[in-house]
Design a binder for this molecule. Structure first.
Ligand code: NAP
Length: 365
């Protein structure tokens, strides 16, 4: 298969850097262009970016000139890790010009015609792109805490019906980007507020677990109450959940459906798909971010401590890597699903849009 050239928008940021690492030697995509703000445009990537990853900047990219969002791009697919304060109109503009935008940002997630996708749960929502009124497309992945909550809820909801959820998050500082939360605020401390996060968890989860009915998604009938905190952990969001179920199920029943859960990305053996989308840990003091966040290369939801809840029905602890499966890895898995499910195939609307972009990139009229 010929690799599709892709660009990363917000390439200098926390999520952008993760995109760069995860797209190295990707079998479907070739990382061709790096895009950031006017502050970075025109500079070599290594100079524009404060690289904060554990492995060095890939050599092939260190001297690559960063582009601005007004520069012409030859890549038909754009992975977006743009700052949410600017992402909305910039992503819309690219879609209007025929680009396929695969976004991490919150701005378009709840638009009725924009799929908010976790391919293990609701890949059929990708059909919403046919409702979009521009030549390109916008596809989003959820907020980093929402993705792990939705992954844990989906198999339980399908089997037993979830009526209500009480969730408290303990979110890592990398979730706030760089430089993020000042050290004097977070070292030895817990901050019991993350702006907009609780609302995102309470609304996005219902869209993801909702049913595609014609040209809209009917939200899942679940009541969710979220409390979000920032804790002094570098990577990995932990969440404690209590669930009220519609039919009777004990901890063993819930553990069984979570353990058995597999879906489309596993069946299609997509390059970024975790073999086990949900990993169950038996030890009573797990999951822990430092020890468990890299299970399945950071692409799974780790679940532990499933037990009876004396107030609701079942409680548990979950964990996931916020910048991998919670951001860049989620977007890449969405793009892989788009490719393998034929949305970019010959004759499709997006195939025509991609060809158009390629012709423009080589200067055809
Ligand atoms: N961090 C996470 O765990 C996480 C998880 C899920 C979703 N997200 C979402 O992903 C997005 C990026 O988050 P982040 O943590 O990577 O943020 P970040 O580290 O602050 O990076 C933001 C990026 O946006 C670029 N940018 C800022 N203003 C711009 C403009 N006017 N035009 C073009 N580019 C501009 C920055 O470029 P310069 O360097 O040139 O300023 C930088 O590349 C946000 O929407 C966030 O909510 C983050």
């Amino acid at each position: 298969m010929e690799r599709i050239p892709v660009a990363v928008l917000g390439a200098t940021g926390t999520v952008g850097q993760k995109f760069i690492l995860l797209l190295q030697d990707h079998p479907y995509f070739e990382l061709a262009e790096l895009v950031a703000s006017e502050r970075s445009a025109g500079k070599p990537y290594a100079q524009a970016c404060q690289w904060k990853q554990d492995s060095p900047i890939p050599r092939s990219l260190a001297q690559r000139t960063v582009k601005g969002t007004d520069d012409p791009l030859g890549s038909p697919i754009l992975f977006s890790g743009l700052d949410a304060t600017v992402a909305g109109p910039i992503e819309s503009r690219y879609a209007e010009r025929g680009y396929i935008v695969i976004s991490n940002s919150r701005n378009h997630r709840m638009d009725p015609d924009v799929p908010l996708v976790i391919p293990e749960i609701n890949h059929e929502h990708l059909d919403l792109i046919h409702r979009q009124n521009h030549p390109g497309a916008i596809i989003t992945n959820p907020n980093c805490s929402t993705i792990f909550l939705s992954m844990a809820l989906a198999p339980i909801h399908r089997e037993f019906g979830v009526e209500a959820v009480n969730v408290t998050t303990l979110q890592a500082i990398s979730g706030a980007g760089y430089p993020g939360v000042p050290s004097l605020d977070i070292v030895g401390n817990v901050i019991p507020y993350i702006g907009g996060e609780e609302e995102k968890m309470e609304s996005e989860t219902l869209k993801i677990l909702g049913r595609l009915a014609g040209d809209r998604v009917e939200p899942a009938p679940i009541r969710i109450s979220a409390q979000c905190t920032r804790v002094p952990v570098v990577d990995g969001h932990t969440e404690t959940l209590s669930l009220k179920l519609r039919s009777r199920a004990g901890p063993q029943d819930v553990a069984r459906v979570l353990r058995q859960f597999r879906s489309l990305p596993q069946e299609l053996a997509l390059p970024s798909a975790p073999g086990n989308p949900i990993v169950l840990l038996e030890d009573q003091d797990r999951p822990q971010p430092r020890r468990d966040v890299w299970l399945e290369k950071g692409m799974c939801t780790v679940v532990g401590r499933i037990r009876e809840c004396p107030v609701l029905d079942i409680k548990m602890v979950i964990l996931g890597h916020n910048t991998v499966r919670g951001a860049a890895g989620a977007a890449i898995l969405n793009a892989e699903t788009l490719v393998k499910k034929g949305y970019l195939g010959n004759g499709s609307r997006l195939h025509q849009a991609m060809n158009q972009r390629r012709l423009q990139a080589v200067g055809a009229p």
